[in-house]
Design a protein. Structure first.
Length: 161
């Protein structure tokens, strides 16, 4: 077959081309694996992301403020009582956790006034929540020592509900 510019077309056009058998088998195995994995997670709960918080057994509303010298002050939101002061160079994890939550507040235009909620659950979790944004940090995920800095705030108040 000759084209007008003299170039020969030496390829054939196949309308009934079939994908390779190995490709079809691989796709089928992928579908079977996805169905089995979904069923496994649904039956066992392993690998699922569900709310593992549990019911609060103790909680306290807290406000945090930065002092001019760089210290961070934790106060009881209801009474205004100072619970803890982290001097400059201390409370690294507390500062980091609060910065993460403050970032979310700034993104939606919320200031530092609304209190945070620190809770211990019936499943042993310690949660720092920002009710104004809905963000929550599961503090035990950051290790016992880091969790302890917040746990002391809850213990100071006797964990009222």
């Amino acid at each position: 077959m000759s084209k007008p510019n003299g170039i020969q077309a030496d390829h054939q056009h196949h309308h009934n081309a079939r994908p390779p058998k190995a490709l079809l088998m691989g796709c089928g195995l992928l579908v079977v694996f996805a169905v089995l994995a979904t069923g496994f997670v649904a039956l066992t709960g392993i690998g699922s992301s569900r709310d593992l918080g549990g019911a609060a057994t103790a909680s306290v509303s807290l406000t945090f403020a930065d002092r001019e010298d760089g210290a961070v002050i934790a106060s009881h939101a209801g009474t205004g009582d100072v619970l803890q002061i982290w001097e400059p160079g201390t409370g690294g994890f507390v500062r980091t956790a609060l910065r993460a939550l403050a970032y979310d507040r700034r993104a939606v235009g919320i200031g530092s006034t609304p209190p945070f909620l620190l809770s211990r659950t019936d499943r042993g979790r310690l949660l720092l929540e920002d009710p104004s944004t809905g963000k929550r940090l599961a503090l035990e995920a950051f290790g016992r020592a880091n969790m302890g800095e917040f746990e002391a705030l809850l213990s100071t108040q006797g964990g009222s509900l």
